[in-house]
Structures are given as structure tokens and as C-alpha cells.
Design a protein around this ligand. Structure first.
Ligand code: PLP
Length: 393
């Protein structure tokens, strides 16, 4: 059996043709494919605006900038996420604050966030960054309500959940990243994500002012729009009006993104199938705990579509299982080492036992292979290997 990773990209001849076609066009950096990808992605997600950027981390950084994060800002996020969700606040000099997770779902716990907000005067915190962890949609309607009580903005880190959705209390389907409840949402096109372009990211929003700001910040803070300029010296004239970056996504990668987007729905369905097969295989294994979408539905009374970026199991002997699978060429992975325990964040004052539920989750979690091109045969081998381990554990 060849090595089975926990996630991987799927590149077809159509994808390759789309990239080659762009290479033969006049545009290597931003060209017409960027806007096309942005429009098609926005349509897929159900948001009004989308801004393609260099990667998901750049997307987070631009969101923090656009929302005005600075040295006096305090922002709440979850310890169970990729470090970039928190780092964007630090890029702008702000302080990262964490709230613990709901152990049933692995998501940032709304009640823990509420307790944090209640413990300080209004205005103490300025924003929050919930994450659709593993692909499970956060109930953003509930987070919005809380955010509004305390005057917070929301960046939804939807990297794991393109195509996922929940139903709000009006029975309306709310796609992850559609901008109805969050101010801004971000996605990544890293090879393990649903849509893979190598490097790439997207910001979605329904807010026209934030959209305009993001477009400028993506390209050095430069504007060429005469209506917005202080002076005008001639056709060459442009103005750098704020400190922006070069966070552009090149045309050839957005062409790959457009091609991949056509298969997004099929990939999502395949992920559901794989999850169902794992669910069935492990439902009678008392030694395996599975992150539980049903528990989430019960708690939030909201139907959801889990986008299954990850399929996470929890076992007591996690390290042993990880090593056992690895010896069989199955490269399961751990998502995530709690961000607050990273040496960088320990230097910011965080320590062990600060977020006990996140830490307990980390001790037991393991992400099994989950990607659309995983074959049934490969998945059966993964399942049999996990069961073999548990029998002898
Ligand atoms: C992948 C990921 C990112 C960062 O995306 P890059 O494109 O790798 O920079 C941020 N947040 C989460 C939750 C991710 O999974």
C-alpha cells in the first residue's frame, strides 16, 4: 500500500490545462482570472464580495488590518486552530485572548466567550475569530448576537468549511463565509484544503467599505482611482494612502482555483461519504470518541452540513496509535497542538492548564485520512488498522 496522507490535493487534466492556458496569456500576476475566481467563489459561498490573496494567513492579516486592530486591541479566538488564526492579531500589535472549547465539537465555546466578555467592562475586547474547526460550521447567528451586545466584530476563519452551512433561527440556510453574520470570513487554498491552488486565499464579505479597503491593502495601500486621490499629476499618477502589502494571488493560480471550484460540490459529497463510512465503522468501538456533529445540533438547535476538512477521532493511546499507523504508511495527523502552548504564546504569558478542555482534547485527538480521492480500499485499510491497534492496545 502506498503512503496514505491525512489530506491531499486532487489535480485533473482540466486543472493543468487551465493553468497552461493562463501561462500562455498576457498575465502572470493579477489578470482577468482573479476577478473571475473572486466572482465565482463569492457566488459559491453566497457572499457579495470576495478578494483573492496570496494565502489564508495573508487573508487573516488583511482582515485584522481592515478592522483596525492595533496595540490596544484584544481579540478572542480558540486555542484549537492553526496558529495563523491568532497570529493575525499579533501582526498588528494586538493581544490574543483565548476561550476554551466545547469538548463535544472542538469548537470555540460560546458560553466561555460570554463569561470572558462579562468579566470585563464593555469595550475591553474588540473582536473575535471563531473557526469552523474540522469543517463544522460555527453557529454564527449566536456569536453575532453576543458580539453585538459587546460591540465586537467577527472574522470567521472558514478555512475548513467551504460548502458547509447551518440553518439559522429563521430556518434560513447560512453558508460558511457568506458574510450574513460575520464581518469578514477567510479561506485558504493550501494543498490539504477543499480547493487547492498551492498557495492562495480568499476573503469574503458583504460590507462594501471593507471590500474597498481590502482591495487597496492587498496592493501596497495604493489607489489609482482619481476620485479617491488627493492630487493628480497625470496618467502615471497613483497614491499610496495607507501601509499595505503585496498579497496578490497570481492569475495562473486563480485559474487553477476556478477549475477546482467546478469540482467543489463533488468533493464535498465524497467527504460526506468517507465520514459516513468511518462513522459506521467506529460506532460500536467504545475506545473511540468521535467529534459529534449531532451534539452540536442538539445544543444549538441548528441543522448543519459538516464540510469535513478533517475526520477527528479521540483515543486514550493517541501517540501509540499514531506510531502504529505510521509504521503501516498511514500518515494520520494531530489537529491541533493548542496555540496557547506554543513557546511564542507562552512568552505572551499563557501556560499549561489555562484551557483544560482544549488541552484534554489535544491529548487524545487524531485526524484520519480524509480527502476526496481516498479510495474505499485505502479507507478500509485505515479502518482495519485502527481496529487492529485497539484490539491489542
Ligand atoms: C490553513 C489554515 C490557515 C492558513 O492558511 P494558509 O493558506 O496556509 O496561510 C488559517 N487557518 C486555518 C484554520 C487553516 O486551516
Amino acid at each position: 500500500m502506498k503512503p496514505i496522507p491525512y489530506g491531499r490535493q486532487h489535480i485533473t487534466q482540466d486543472d493543468i490545462d487551465a493553468v497552461v492556458e493562463t501561462l500562455q496569456s498576457d498575465f502572470l500576476t493579477q489578470g482577468p482570472k482573479v476577478l473571475e475566481f473572486e466572482q465565482k467563489f463569492a457566488e459559491y459561498i453566497g457572499a457579495q464580495f470576495a478578494v483573492a490573496v496570496a494565502n489564508g494567513t495573508a487573508a487573516l492579516h488583511l482582515c485584522a488590518l481592515a478592522l483596525g486592530v492595533n496595540e490596544s486591541s484584544r481579540v478572542i479566538t480558540t486555542p484549537i486552530t492553526f496558529a495563523a488564526s491568532a497570529n493575525c492579531v499579533r501582526y498588528c500589535g494586538g493581544s490574543v485572548e483565548f476561550a476554551d472549547i466545547d469538548p463535544e465539537t472542538g469548537l470555540l465555546d460560546l458560553e466561555k466567550v460570554r463569561q470572558k466578555l462579562e468579566s470585563q467592562p464593555k469595550g475591553y475586547y474588540c473582536g473575535m475569530i471563531p473557526v469552523d474547526f474540522a469543517g463544522m460550521p460555527v453557529n454564527l447567528e449566536a456569536f453575532r448576537k453576543l458580539a453585538d451586545e459587546y460591540g465586537l466584530w467577527i472574522i470567521e476563519d472558514a478555512c475548513h468549511a467551504p460548502g458547509g452551512y447551518f440553518f439559522d433561527s429563521n430556518g434560513e440556510k447560512q453558508m460558511c463565509g457568506n458574510g450574513n453574520y460575520a464581518d469578514l470570513a477567510i479561506f485558504s487554498f493550501h494543498p490539504v484544503k477543499h480547493i487547492a491552488t498551492g498557495e492562495g486565499g480568499m476573503i469574503t464579505t458583504n460590507n462594501p467599505e471593507l471590500y474597498e479597503k481590502l482591495l487597496t491593502l492587498r496592493t501596497h495601500g495604493i489607489t489609482r482611482d482619481p476620485a479617491k486621490m488627493h492630487e493628480n499629476h497625470g496618467g502615471w499618477y497613483m497614491e499610496m494612502q495607507e501601509l499595505g502589502y503585496n498579497y496578490r494571488m497570481p492569475d495562473m493560480l486563480t485559474a487553477l482555483g476556478i477549475s477546482q471550484l467546478k469540482r467543489a460540490e463533488a468533493g464535498l459529497l465524497r467527504r460526506q461519504e468517507i465520514a459516513k463510512r468511518y462513522d459506521l465503522a467506529f460506532q460500536n468501538s467504545p475506545d473511540i470518541k468521535i467529534l459529534n456533529p449531532a451534539a452540536y445540533v442538539e445544543k444549538t438547535s441548528s441543522e448543519t452540513l459538516h464540510a469535513y476538512h478533517l475526520y477527528v477521532i479521540q483515543v486514550e493511546k493517541r501517540k501509540e496509535l499514531y506510531d502504529f499507523l505510521r509504521a503501516k504508511n498511514i500518515f494520520a495527523q494531530v489537529h491541533y497542538i493548542p496555540v496557547h502552548l506554543m513557546p511564542y504564546y507562552r512568552e505572551q504569558g499563557f501556560k499549561k492548564d489555562d484551557f483544560p478542555l482544549a488541552e484534554a482534547y489535544y491529548d487524545m485527538c487524531l485526524s484520519l485520512p480524509m480527502f476526496p480521492s481516498l479510495t474505499d480500499e485505502e479507507q478500509d485499510f485505515v479502518i482495519a488498522s485502527v481496529k487492529e491497534f485497539l484490539q491489542h492496545a
